[in-house]
Design a protein around this ligand. Structure first.
Ligand code: 5GP
Length: 204
């Protein structure tokens, strides 16, 4: 493993569990962490901005990007395509920037195979009831979509055992702190610091 390369962090968790909010604070606190901007075919929500929250594209465009080999991974979630453009992620990692992929469990499975040293974190709601309340309060989905998202949420939670770290989002500040702690600990792993011994010994 190259000591200077950034860490790739996969961040999953059910819809409505607060991933966006955790990441917003994380980015504000940490200049060296960037969140990859995904591409999606779903409709833009009121508060969202194209090119900041997602690249909102047509299905035709998305399918072409897959065919051209430009997607690192992609998945279909609730009848829409979501995927990670490859080039910006590779470039940031090369530059030593830590990159977070906020993706679903299907995407996480693919990334684990391509990048075995990726760090995987699952953001867990304190309960299904809390998740439902949060989704309802967000008010961005109609009842049918909301029920569908809750159904997917339960399937995703059942797969949390595939992740290395579980962060419970009961208290936002604590969840952010826990996430930062994971990144700090990962940075201290010997496997990411293989040059340290010779650097210390030779630097008299
Ligand atoms: P939402 O529509 O709520 O923004 O996202 C729905 C789900 O798609 C979330 O679980 C989110 O993490 C996931 N997602 C967002 N971007 C990507 C992506 O690039 N790839 C994959 N596999 N999932 C994504």
């Amino acid at each position: 493993m190259d000591d200077k390369r950034g860490i790739l962090i996969v961040f999953s968790g059910p819809s409505g569990c607060g991933k966006d909010t955790v990441l917003k604070i994380l980015k504000e606190n940490n200049d060296n962490i960037k969140v990859s901007i995904s591409m999606t075919t779903r409709e833009v929500r009121e508060e969202e901005v194209d090119g900041r929250d997602y690249y909102f594209v047509s299905e035709e465009y998305f399918v072409k990007k897959i065919a051209d080999g430009e997607m690192l991974e992609y998945a279909q979630y609730a009848d829409h395509y979501y995927g990670t453009p490859k080039a910006p992620v590779d470039e940031m990692l090369r530059e030593g920037i830590d990159v977070v992929l906020e993706i679903d469990v299907q995407g996480a499975e693919k990334i684990r195979k391509i990048y075995p040293d990726a760090v995987t974190v699952f953001l867990m709601p304190p309960s299904m009831k809390a998740l439902e309340d949060r989704l309802r309060n967000r008010g961005t989905e109609d009842e049918e979509t909301l029920m569908h998202r809750l159904f997917i949420a339960e399937q995703e939670i059942r797969r949390a055992n595939e992740f290395q770290y579980i962060v419970i989002n009961d208290n936002l500040a604590e969840a952010v702190f826990d996430f930062e702690t994971v990144v700090r600990a990962e940075k201290m792993k010997y496997s990411r610091n293989k040059n340290i011994i010779s650097e210390v010994i030779n630097n008299v």
